[in-house]
Write a protein that binds this ligand. Structure first.
Ligand code: GTP
Ligand code: MG
Length: 370
């Protein structure tokens, strides 16, 4: 009845597929990476690796139903684009977003350096856009390395007076690897020593060619200081979004990803989650990374309490049993029992992995001493 692909089982146990194949061979079972093995074999081999097995491991998928591949396309409707603002330190990412939001985040930040990721929902005349501001590229990388495609478009901010810098190239490489379209915002165009052509030239050396230079990347000169080019930038984002034909089904159990999370002394674990599919509602049970919880309250990016959040909406949730990591998946489930079961199972797996790691360390140090 129950089967699992060998590679998937190995991944879930946090061990190399090859090690599992060898272990199976020792048990007289010949299997390849992509082969499915039955429950009994899986249980045996897992036990061999020191895991305690319960059937829930196989039920996680059915409980979570995170797969959207088979979903009826007619249920999927247009959603807003999710845009990540990236670029070298101090090139004006937060300032630009600030102008876009017409509020003042930069002035409220310690030393003007972004300490956390902000996730914002911005309504423009021609449509809504979700923005992610990044301090570095860690969260973006974390999400990407877990296979989460959270961002639809990257705005690469390059200061016109500074040109392409190391983190500009880094951001560019992340965007390229994630296969996300890039819009270049040449910022600080108000500065007397601003040289936008230099930015174009330097980026062309990294394979990014502006449209007026015969390429296909949109460039726009902007200034967060004098507010030049902001409507044009937003226009480009919405244009690009149209090309991408972004859709999601708002009428299903929600799936989202943690953008940032922290422990609040008064309110407990807080997680900012960007919703990708479905609609999350206050009072619902969710699994979030290794933790779970019943959503006690939700807040939008303006700090206002909301009762639900749909696709492309960032929302801060309260009620989790622990602080998840940036990049963790959040999935709404049917009830608290399901949530507890999945989370309990994941915690147990994490502990088993930790134990396995520690025992290996002990063994190694033992050999060292011999
Ligand atoms: P990190 O979050 O630290 O990576 O920086 P950031 O890219 O978010 O830059 P931030 O918005 O904090 O701006 C850095 C400095 O550049 C601040 O002093 C801003 O006032 C200034 N600045 C940003 N945009 C402009 C602009 O268009 N023109 C001028 N003249 N200064 C700008
Ligand atoms: Mg910033």
């Amino acid at each position: 009845d129950d089967t699992i692909v060998l590679a998937e089982l190995a991944k879930r146990m946090g061990i190399k597929a090859n090690d599992m194949i060898i272990k199976l061979m020792g048990m007289g079972v010949m299997a390849t990476v992509n082969q499915t093995i039955d429950y009994d074999t899986a249980e045996l081999v897992a036990t061999e690796f020191g895991f305690e097995v319960e059937r829930a491991a196989f039920e996680e998928e059915t409980i979570l139903s995170t797969s959207v591949v088979d979903e009826d396309p007619s249920l999927r409707v247009t959603r807003s684009p999710v845009v990540t603002i990236m670029g070298h330190v101090d090139h004006g990412k937060t300032s630009l977003l600030d102008v876009i939001r017409k509020t003042s985040v930069t002035s409220g930040e310690a030393g003007g350096i972004t300490q956390h990721i902000g996730a914002y929902h911005v309504e423009t005349e021609n449509g809504a856009i979700a923005f992610l501001d990044t301090p570095g590229h860690e969260a973006f990388t974390a999400m990407r390395s877990r296979g989460a495609k959270v961002t639809d478009i990257v705005i690469l901010v390059v200061a016109a007076d500074d040109g392409v810098m190391p983190q500009t190239v880094e951001a560019l490489n992340h965007a390229k690897a994630a296969e996300v379209p890039i819009i270049v915002a040449v910022n600080k165009i108000d500065k007397p020593d601003a040289d936008p052509d230099r930015v174009k030239r330097e980026l062309s050396e990294h394979g990014v060619l502006a449209e007026d230079w015969g390429g296909d990347t949109m460039f726009v000169n902007v200034s967060a200081k004098s507010h030049v080019g902001i409507p044009e930038l937003l226009e480009m984002v919405l244009l690009q979004a149209e090309v991408l034909e972004l859709v999601a089904n708002p009428d299903r159990l929600a799936i989202g990803h943690v953008v940032e999370a922290k422990l609040d002394i008064g309110r407990g674990p807080l997680a900012t989650v960007l919703i990708q599919e479905g609609t999350v509602k206050a009072g619902q049970s969710v699994v979030c990374g290794m933790y779970h919880g019943k959503i006690r309250a939700m807040f939008n990016d303006k700090g206002e309490q909301v009762s639900e959040a749909g696709p492309s909406m960032p929302v801060e949730i309260i009620g989790l049993t622990g602080v998840p990591e940036a990049g963790d998946e959040m999935v709404a489930v049917k009830d608290e029992k399901d949530a507890r079961q999945v989370s309990g199972h994941r915690l147990q797996k994490a502990r088993a992995r930790e134990l396995a790691k520690n025992s290996r360390v002990t063994l190694d140090s033992l050999f060292e001493r011999l």
